[in-house]
Structure formats: C-alpha cells, structure tokens
Design a protein around this ligand. Sequence first.
Ligand SMILES: Cc1cc2nc3c(=O)[nH]c(=O)nc-3n(C[C@H](O)[C@H](O)[C@H](O)COP(=O)(O)O)c2cc1C
Length: 294
Amino acid sequence: MKRIEFASIPTSEKQGWLQHAVAPRPICFASTVNKEGAVNLSPFSFFNLFSTQPPILVFSPSRRLRDGSVKHTLTNMEEVPEVTINIVDVLMVQQVSLASCEYPKHIDEFVKAGFTPLKSEIVRPPRVAESKVQMECRVVQIIPLGHEGGSGNLALCEVLIMHVSEDILNEAGTMIDHRKLHHAARLGGNWYSKVDEQSIFQVEKPNVHLGIGFDQLPDSIRRSKILTGNQLGQLANVTGIPEAELAFYDPHVKEIVQYFSNNPDEMEIEMHRHAGRLLDEGKVAEAWQVLLMY
Ligand SMILES: Cc1cc2nc3c(=O)[nH]c(=O)nc-3n(C[C@H](O)[C@H](O)[C@H](O)COP(=O)(O)O)c2cc1C
C-alpha cells in the first residue's frame, strides 16, 4: 500500500487524496442572501445528511486554499441564517460548475449560470427551479474547523420544507424513485459520477434479521478460492444454514457431479463457480442448495 502521511504534505495534496478517496459526494447547490437581500448560489460537495430528527444537512464552505479567505456563502449565512439546498442532477451539472466561478460578491450566480430563482415559502433565499429536490433550511449552527486555507466551516442546516418534483416520484407518488432522479456526484479532480438505472443496485438490509456471519460459514465455503467477499456476504446473511433439500434439482449440478466424479477438488471449484453465478443473480437459497449438495 502507498502510505501518505498527512502531516508532511501540503494542503492542496491532502485535498486531492481526500477528494479522490471520499467519493462520490452528493452536491448541495446552496442559495443564500446577505442582509441587503443580494442572492448567492454556489455548489458544495462537502455535504451530507447527518440527522433525521432533527432533520439536519451539513455542508462546508471552506476557506480558499490560495489565501485563506472565506466564501460568500459563509458570510451570507452568518448575516442571514437561512439557505435553500437544491439537489444537483446530471441535467444541470455543467451550469452548476459555472456557478462555482469566483464571481464578485454582488454578482448573482442565478443570472450568470442561467438558473431560474423560485420564491421560497418560509426562507428568504430563493430555490433553484431546475432542481428536482429543493429544501428550505434554517442554519442552526456554523462550526469553523480552522483559520487556514482549506479549513472547513460546517454549516448545520435544519430542513423545514422539502419540495420534490412529481416527475421523480414512484408510481404511487409516495417516494423518490432513484431511477428517475439522476443525481450527479463529485469525485476527485474533474471527475463526476451519475446515478442511473445501470449504476444502481439493491442490497438486502441486514438489520431486519441477524445474519449467521462469516464465522458460522462451513470452512469449505469460507475458505473458497472462487467465491468473492460479496458472495460470501450474501451466504452469511441468512438466519441459519439451510437444510439440504432432497427435492432440489439442478441439471448443471448433475453435469458437474458426473463430469468430475473422480476429481473432488475440481468438483468443488466448479460447484463454487456455479453457486457464485447464482448468487450474482440474487438466488441465495439455490446457491446454498448447490453448496450443500456435494
Ligand atoms: C461540484 C462542486 C463542488 C464544490 N464543493 C465545494 C465544497 O464542498 N466546499 C467549498 O468550499 N467549495 C466547493 N466548491 C467550490 C465553490 O463552489 C466555489 O468556491 C464557489 O465559488 C464559492 O462561491 P461563494 O464564494 O459565492 O460562496 C465546489 C465547486 C464545485 C463545482
């Protein structure tokens, strides 16, 4: 492993390693106003959800690397502790990037980046009409993490109202459908990623039941040279080792048994390959039956 000791490298390098490693990060498109009411709009990928009760989002306008100065978004929130946080999707990401230019304080990035301001219901900063999810927030606390270039300022924002476009809801209209909201996320350097039908998958929640765990897997399975960590994770997430079912029939297993009857080591490898394919198709019960059969 390459070893990077943070105490001995400049901040810009720390930033590079951290941003490449801690990725993808969702993007908060933050609209704020100063006490004169001038609007500011800027993106922040040091951003996430940290509490649901109270509902708290945190993002961090850092001090500028080049001179340690603070960003307009931060000074605005200190003057008027309100923000709208708008979620960024792939259809708007180039305009969002444009809005990150260091325009002078009096310049409205809604105008510069071509976004439409939408009057908020209970906070002063406008929402971004093009964004599919817009949240009106109260800034409850700002925590400065330092006074040098790169030092973050954690803005703890309580969500008061969330507005969600009907276009991205599931059929019942009860929740956001991930296949419809194409989140854009920031990686390191100039790299971004997008959420779409091809890039998402489901993992069964482990906390609805207690999985048996790796330590309870039979040795021959746990030490498999074929099954991957993900596949073993699926096998170890059952509540008990299943019983071998006499009625279980799989023509491929029959072929493996016939073909490798004189070579038990090869038979095990082929069985594990077959079980691995079943696991990749989400067929955990069948995979267990295959592994219990020889
Ligand atoms: C996608 C994206 C994410 C960004 N994330 C951050 C961030 O998390 N923190 C930060 O300080 N700057 C971030 N920036 C840079 C700011 O958007 C940029 O400094 C902006 O000009 C600040 O504007 P302001 O001074 O008007 O607040 C990001 C830029 C882009 C394009």
